[in-house]
Design a protein around this ligand. Sequence first.
Ligand SMILES: [Zn+2]
Length: 439
Amino acid sequence: MSFTKAPLLLLGISLLLSTPAWADETGPTKAPSRPKNIVIMIGDGMGPSYTSAYRYYKDNPDTEEVEQTVFDRLLVGMASTYPASVSGYVTDSAAAATALATGVKSYNGAISVDTQKQPLPTILEKAKSLGLSTGVAVTSQINHATPAAFLAHNESRKNYDALALSYLETNADVFLGGGQKYFPPALLEQFKAKGYQHISRFEDLASITQPKVLGLFAEVQLPWAIDEKDAKKLSTLTQKALSLLSQNDQGFVLLVEGSLIDWAGHNNDIATAMGEMDEFSNAIEVVEQFVREHPDTLMVITADHNTGGLSIGVDGNYNWNPEILRNISASTDTLALAAISGEQWQADLARGLGFELSEEEVAKLNVARMQGLETMAVAIRHLIDKRTDTGWTTDGHTGTDVQVFAAGPASELFNGHQDNTDIANKIFSLLPKPKKPKS
Ligand SMILES: [Zn+2]
């Protein structure tokens, strides 16, 4: 652990000796005080217990120290998440995304409209009007609550078709994620008429070399990351979005969302949640590398809220067993599906889970298996929770504060405690000033 302090000390000394970065904004290697590009990353549902659990999940058991994660490295502050008072203290993804996209609190379900259902300007819209490029790269359908609140306005997150249609008017340069079902052929034709390239096969992403692009790679959400260990979809989408958007000399604003951390949290599915966390952290590392190579880029990462009331240790046991999670080879949905249909289901399930099942466990699973797929998936999740000492308090959200992570120019603005609306207002303040009209 002491290894990490030496470079920090050296950095401190070099900062004292060198010209401060803000003294020269034109030098190619100096970071300006105001970013040209901004990458906003949201781990949906990623409350503090998720980043802690992820640290122990990634820990190398052969070393004494617990290795730091990308989250530990980039942490700068915390944020409250409560919605407008009409919705109490516990937010949903729509109200939280509205706060993060517009700097204004609204009711649960609102997509960038205020409590009077009037549209609120978003960071992406403002950036676009100033000549910057904009885009989203997400693992849910692209018209799900979080990306929708950055791109569109609607009185309800549930109006998926209306949201998809309204994307025609956003002029965003890059849409990458899932959601084919919401973009029927007639709507796709309208996007093509506006100059968008449309792709639906992940392999075709490589052929896209310039904006504008509408890439929809799943009917609704992308597959669970744990079911496609080497696919690295979110980090690949993020890399592509960066390379397309950075072609604009004026700069860009990109939203990246690890959308399915929340979905796994709603399912109280720790193994699948850790898989989603791992791919979100891969995407963060892609952006971190971009920031290193482009010191004029700010990255800000947060969660919209905490999902599931995840607890690391339960029942008075001072214990958590992430090593079990490391050996699980598929999502509980996939394991349950195989167990429902397979003849040799006990052996197959034990292989997928990476541990032998006790007689008592088999008996419980057998009862669940008779009741169908969803009951079986829940039973497998309970089994994993029991083995790992993982706890959950709800299948919904909780009102706890979330963390804020940042790097790049002006990242210190996000230090300490803030409200989720403050995050948006700070980002608004970093956008270029509109050019003065000629008089
Ligand atoms: Zn949620």
